[in-house]
Design a protein around this ligand. Sequence first.
Ligand SMILES: Cc1cc2nc3c(=O)[nH]c(=O)nc-3n(C[C@H](O)[C@H](O)[C@H](O)COP(=O)(O)OP(=O)(O)OC[C@H]3O[C@@H](n4cnc5c(N)ncnc54)[C@H](O)[C@@H]3O)c2cc1C
Length: 374
Amino acid sequence: MIKTEYDIIVIGAGIAGVCSAFFLQQKGLSVLVVDRSGVAASGGSSAAGAFVSPKIGKGSELQKLTNEAFEFAKDFYLNNFPKYFTQTGIIRIPKDNQDAQKFIEYEKYNSSKREWIDKDKFQSYGIKEENIGFLFYEAGVCDAPKMCSNILTNIDFKQHPVEKLIYKDGYWYIEHIKAHKIVLATGYENTLFDMRYMGVKGTWGSRGDYKSSLNLKISMHKKISISANIDGIIKLGATHVKAKDPCMACDGKPLKSLEELASTMVNTEDFILQETFCGMRSGSKDYFPLVGDVIDVEYMLSNYPKILKGAKPPIKKINNIYICNGLGGRGFVFAPLMGKILADYIINGVEIDSRVNPDRLFLKWCRKSPDLIR
Ligand SMILES: Cc1cc2nc3c(=O)[nH]c(=O)nc-3n(C[C@H](O)[C@H](O)[C@H](O)COP(=O)(O)OP(=O)(O)OC[C@H]3O[C@@H](n4cnc5c(N)ncnc54)[C@H](O)[C@@H]3O)c2cc1C
């Protein structure tokens, strides 16, 4: 039974929203999650292959953060929802010979548990590959909708499109339901407040689930992701088309290119398409997640016009509005840690990690945006 008052309402029931709700409720708040569709039913989380693996590279800040999040996510899923996270291991395969050279350099920056896979090992796993790759054996694959639904067990959920939020007497109202605080976990759509400074953009992708008897025990990522065979289903997925529109016409063509690439990696002869999924994932301007307060942009621009020329006035936030977004192509990796960071901030006042605090983007946006009135 939905109540008329909560401590906090989370808008968006993708992986960002459900993880935020989980940690907020765990810390004792009464929480309602609202989504216009269902739980992981329409946004990026509905389409995600939900591979959970570390990031390779040369030790960038984003790689470090991703790998902290990976360790946290893996333990979170295994300890709380092991039925919906299959630790298949994921092999990271170079895109081409040139990329393979970089893998040797990446070696010293990889703190995650791994082993090298050579041509013979690839063959033994049923993978057609001449180069070397990394097997991250603690990595795995979530069942995205079931994982999201189970994270929400014991948390109230309401299906409702939020058109506007009204602030009155210290409460935010969504129609007749009120709460002191709101978390925006709305993915690529952010129309409720002016949050242009965060630069959230959508990238479109697709996934196909194929029935197959191929004995594929390990998941892999090259230009596309291919899952291990889990209960007779192999998932193929990729996101790479920058897009503004909610969804592009899905005529099955996107899957054709995935199928072609997959056939160069594994034996796809008996693959039978069972279901197609399409969706948008949301990324921030600098590819780091967005977790924390939302700045009152209208107030700042009208009260401090010199901000456009580099002034640094005190920043005003919108009362009790928070965000968890911008998880990019790794929503299932980032969401548990980001949900915890947000809950620690809201309830215990623990400072938000500066790498994910959206404040980092505001002053630069003011200085650099030609569309702002000067
Ligand atoms: C094809 C594809 C493959 C992917 N593969 C992987 C992968 O292997 N591993 C990985 O970690 N990540 C992957 N991703 C990325 C991952 O899916 C996203 O990072 C993640 O889903 C983002 O979650 P979210 O909760 O931020 O947003 P979403 O899942 O988009 O959720 C936002 C929710 O907010 C709701 N909403 C928005 N506005 C309103 C409103 N006004 N009122 C009510 N409800 C609203 C929407 O209905 C939606 O359900 C993939 C994405 C795609 C598209």
